[in-house]
Design a protein around this ligand. Structure first.
Ligand code: 5GP
Ligand code: ZN
Length: 117
């Protein structure tokens, strides 16, 4: 199910201000906040305010908010002054997705291995 506020969704609760988070950027449709368990010196989650379970659901709905998410991710990285950054969408359980409100991980501030584990 996509759109609006989904009961029981942790990231919908963060958007609504019901669960605290350290917000680092925000636009009309997108919010960026620090990951609670950072895996790099910079680890920010970029999410649409509206609920979509994963990036495939965003695309299926037309996907324009994905462009706004990319702009916010780039702004976060630019403000951090890093030379490079990684943008990760874990999609599905096998890929390690644990929160089913789409989020792009912005990871930066250290050398990145390839391929990701
Ligand atoms: P996934 O495993 O779905 O790709 O990523 C979920 C991310 O959300 C994880 O990196 C995890 O550390 C982060 N996370 C889980 N709960 C919270 C929370 O309550 N606040 C914040 N800021 N991040 C969270
Ligand atoms: Zn949600």
């Amino acid at each position: 199910v996509s759109g609006g506020y989904q009961n029981g969704c942790l990231f919908c609760r963060i958007v609504a201000g019901e669960v605290p988070a350290t917000q680092v950027a925000g636009t009309e449709r997108v919010v960026a906040f620090r990951d609670i368990n950072p895996r790099a010196p910079i680890h920010v989650l970029v999410i649409p305010r509206e609920h979509y379970p994963d990036v495939a659901a965003v695309a299926a709905d037309g996907g324009d908010v994905l462009v706004e998410m990319a702009r916010v991710a780039a702004d976060v990285a630019a403000r951090a002054g890093v030379d490079g950054w990684r943008w990760v969408f874990n999609t599905g359980v096998d890929a390690g997705q644990s929160v089913f409100h789409v989020h792009g991980h912005v990871l930066a501030g250290r050398a990145m291995g390839w391929p990701p584990g």
